[in-house]
Design a protein around this ligand. Structure first.
Ligand code: 4FM
Length: 254
């Protein structure tokens, strides 16, 4: 069982994963638990204030320290040993599949979702264990990043995805992008399916997939390829892919 304890002033946003798809099934099965704590419920003034103006001026509002801290305190009461308090923001370390695999060993999270222009920095230094980013762009709050975090992590928990092997076939699992895939019918708008996939030769199909996977990574994300040391077999397959690729390019222009 993995607990995701979420601190958010917009709890309804999480219905997106609570009520649909694979994550909702995992919740129903009791494999994962989502608990949402609304900082507004932990205010003590008449207006239930959760935001305030920044010291030193500047545009926009910030989330106040105390309602967030009180919500976190409440979330900490949920049973379970290891708790990691996560904050998602553009200042965090960029998430990738490798980090996600490591994080999937933890069974209790508190995820703080920011809104407005940011949160009081003392909350980060006092409470946050790890700050992660979903990428170098800005969204309007931490809820969507939190759902991305929860989704990417949950699908690695045994029992969440029906076929666990499919995880090992994921893009990025071995640092490479997926080979292209096809389903019926055999022909659409004059486009056919690579013959090898219809051949039934399992070993040949496996080699084809590895070759395409290497080739597509080489074409689309050479940065990923540079991080890997290829095996002898992989090097041969990639060389073959490159030769075939340059041949098709030549045929196009000459
Ligand atoms: C975060 C808005 C905190 C307001 C955000 C607050 C983001 C990212 C992001 C927006 N999160 N990776 N990129 N958050 O843009 O993780 Cl208070």
């Amino acid at each position: 069982m993995v607990y995701f304890n979420i601190i958010s002033i917009f709890p309804e946003i999480f219905s997106a994963i609570k009520n649909q798809g694979i994550i909702s099934k995992a919740i129903k099965k009791g494999i994962i638990h989502l608990n949402i704590f609304n900082p507004r419920d932990y205010t003590h003034d008449k207006y239930r204030t959760i935001d305030d103006r920044p010291y030193g001026g500047g545009s926009g509002m910030l989330m106040k320290f105390e309602p967030l801290l009180n919500a976190i305190k409440q979330a900490k009461k949920i049973k379970n040993k290891v708790t990691k308090i996560i904050y998602l923001s553009p200042k965090g370390k960029p998430l990738n599949q490798k980090n996600i695999i490591k994080l999937a060993k933890i069974n209790n999270f508190i995820i703080v979702c920011g809104r407005y222009k940011g949160i009081d920095d003392r909350l980060i230094s006092h409470q946050i264990d790890e700050e992660w980013s979903i990428g170098d762009y800005v969204v309007t709050g931490g809820e969507l990043p939190a759902m991305i975090f929860i989704d990417a992590l949950s699908r690695l928990i045994p029992g969440v995805i029906g076929n666990q092997e499919s995880i090992e076939e994921d893009s990025f699992y071995n640092g490479l992008l997926d080979a292209p895939q096809f389903t019926r019918p055999k022909n659409v708008l004059g486009m056919s399916v690579p013959k090898i996939l219809l051949s039934g030769h399992h070993e040949k199909i496996k080699q084809w997939k590895i070759k395409k996977s290497l080739g597509i990574t080489w074409l689309k994300r050479p940065d990923l390829l540079n991080k890997l040391t290829l095996t002898k077999k992989q090097t041969i397959l990639l060389t073959e892919f490159k030769q075939e690729w340059f041949k098709t390019i030549k045929n196009k222009f000459i």
